[in-house]
Ligand binder design. Structure first.
Ligand SMILES: Nc1ncnc2c1ncn2[C@@H]1O[C@H](COP(=O)(O)OP(=O)(O)OP(=O)(O)O)[C@@H](O)[C@H]1O
Ligand SMILES: [Mg+2]
Length: 279
């Protein structure tokens, strides 16, 4: 089976005489994987995401999506159907006068027959929990509902890969949780590959794999348990340190030394219980 995303030596600058924004990026993402991309402002995360569905096309290096080279113009529609991008601000993606029209818009653009549209609209709206809002006007929805509508518009097209670029950053904690759960549910039921670009370290900690970008390069690629417990590295990258990891540093100062650094609070509590019962 061909991997959904294969990038080789991708180098990019927006202006010919400008700085390289991506520097020899190589990356393979497997089917069904959930990859979180973190990194300081301007490190190149959004630029990289634009290469994943052909919004940007490489001049140096290559981006192969499900075996299709994004430089191949004949494949552009197929690539856009395969990879759905959800941006930070849902307002920029909402176009319809009703929620239903909005989802229909993308389907029309993708040449989905009218007969099939109705069912796809209902299905995708149900999946993100907005089926009861189909006749509402998009601008009247809450931030979380708008974001879920943007996701519904994308999943109606039935992509195999969903890329979320800071898609939860404008939401309150409850809204964030809902969007993440929606995407997680889709991954479970449809084996969708998920790439989530985020500044939220707790969100990133749930992923299968984390990529850390800095100045146009992938500087770390590994499991959340390895990367997010490396406090020195995170601080060095100007990234947030998970609450649980911070707490363990304070505990250490107080002379409480755990066997290993844990990422989740539940694991931390578990370790503390172990320590207490051993003492
Ligand atoms: N359309 C553009 N034209 C010129 N330069 C751009 C453009 N978009 C981004 N850049 C520059 O490219 C670099 C990478 O930007 P990018 O938006 O990919 O970073 P990012 O990691 O997504 O940052 P953030 O966390 O702030 O969203 C930055 O130096 C940015 O100023
Ligand atoms: Mg960005």
């Amino acid at each position: 089976m061909v991997d959904p995303i294969q990038i080789k030596d991708l180098t990019y600058k927006y202006d010919t005489d400008g700085e390289e924004v991506l520097k020899k990026i190589s990356l393979t993402v497997k089917k069904g994987e959930w990859v979180a991309i973190i990194g300081h402002n301007g490190s190149g995360k959004s630029t990289l995401s634009r290469f994943l569905n052909g919004l940007l096309v490489p001049e140096a290096g290559e981006v192969i999506i499900n075996g299709m080279d994004t430089r191949d113009e004949d494949k552009m529609w197929e690539i856009r159907k395969y990879v759905g991008l959800v941006f930070q601000n849902p307002e920029n993606q909402l176009v319809g006068t009703t929620v239903k029209d909005d989802i229909a818009f993308g389907l029309e653009n993708n040449g989905v027959p009218t007969m099939e549209m109705e069912e796809r609209i209902r299905n995708s709206a149900e999946k993100v929990g907005i089926a009861h809002l189909l006749s509402e006007e998009p601008h009247r929805l809450s931030g979380g509902q708008k974001q879920r509508l943007a996701i519904a518009g994308i999943i109606a097209i039935q992509p195999s890969v969903i890329v979320l670029d800071e898609s939860t950053s404008m939401l309150d904690p409850q809204g964030r949780k809902e969007v993440i759960q929606t995407v997680l549910h889709l991954r479970e039921t449809e084996n969708i590959t998920v790439i989530s670009i985020t500044h939220d370290i707790d969100e990133a900690s749930l992923a299968d794999r984390i990529l850390v970008m800095s100045d146009g390069e992938i500087v770390r690629d590994g499991a959340p348990e390895d990367i997010l417990t490396d406090e020195e590295f995170l601080i060095d990258q100007s990234l947030d340190v998970p609450f649980s990891v911070k707490l363990q540093r304070y505990l250490l100062k107080e002379g409480i030394n755990l066997n290993h650094v844990t990422l989740s609070l539940d694991d931390l509590v578990e370790e503390l219980w172990k320590l207490k019962s051993n003492s």
